[in-house]
Design a protein around this ligand. Structure first.
Ligand SMILES: Cc1cc2nc3c(=O)[nH]c(=O)nc-3n(C[C@H](O)[C@H](O)[C@H](O)COP(=O)(O)O)c2cc1C
Length: 207
């Protein structure tokens, strides 16, 4: 029987895509779909969640999670916490709204305070499968072409990934993209997105 490299398994890599725009079928939705199609072409197990269709309240800072690591608010964040713990790859897609991520995305990020408690207060492992390195990327667009357009959002995403024990593997971002389907007219964006998705999943061992 062939030996697998130490710490590797044959199970498919789980790639979780999070759509953070309130505009369905908009620019970041289209990019996310291509990234996920690229990952699926490498035989990864993919799942996309659409935040604007979920019921996710903002964090109340009630400290209800402080002793248990479980959020007291009973909404869609309960199962999304599980998905976030199980993902081997995370693709967060959010357009830039007032120099940051969208309200839907930020509410979801803030609700990960319960996971922050698990990691930093209870000092317990977060990831369900600790044998695989967890990686994530940020996908974004903005209507303007400001030189620092993505920096505040990237800082937020990096902070969130650190809490989730996910290493930041880079970003796929496009400025000057404002109209709903402007990304389709970009010369390379959708192809870039597919290639990015492929690269997320190792080609030698499609875990
Ligand atoms: C509330 C709001 C705030 C926005 N703020 C910015 C901004 O700060 N900088 C920017 O370049 N574009 C901003 N935009 C433009 C969006 O980033 C742009 O339209 C983008 O293409 C939307 O992506 P989507 O189609 O994935 O929703 C804003 C749009 C809205 C609706």
């Amino acid at each position: 029987m062939p030996q697998l490299p130490k710490g590797k398994s044959t199970s498919k890599l789980k790639v979780l895509g999070i759509a953070g725009s309130p505009r369905r079928d908009g620019n970041t939705d289209l990019l996310l779909r291509e990234v996920m199609a690229g990952a699926a072409s490498q035989r990864a197990q993919i799942k996309i969640v659409i935040l604007s269709e979920l019921n996710i309240s903002p964090c109340r800072h009630c400290d209800g999670c402080l002793k248990t690591g479980k959020c007291v608010i009973d909404d869609d964040m309960q199962w999304l916490h599980t998905d976030l713990k199980e993902a081997d790859r995370l693709v967060l897609a959010s357009p830039i709204f007032f120099m940051g991520v969208t309200a839907q995305t930020k509410a979801m990020i803030d609700r990960c305070q319960a996971l922050w408690v698990i990691k930093y207060v209870l000092k317990l492992p977060l990831a369900t499968n600790t044998s695989k390195e967890r990686k994530g990327i940020f996908v974004s667009v903005g209507g303007t072409k400001l030189s620092n357009l993505f920096q505040p959002a990237i800082t937020t995403v990096k902070s969130w990934f650190t809490t989730l024990d996910i290493s930041y593997d880079g970003e796929l971002v496009f400025s000057g993209i404002d109209e709903k389907d402007a990304i389709i007219r970009h010369p390379t964006a959708l192809k870039d997105a597919f290639a990015t998705g492929r690269q997320l999943v190792p080609s030698t061992l499609k875990e």
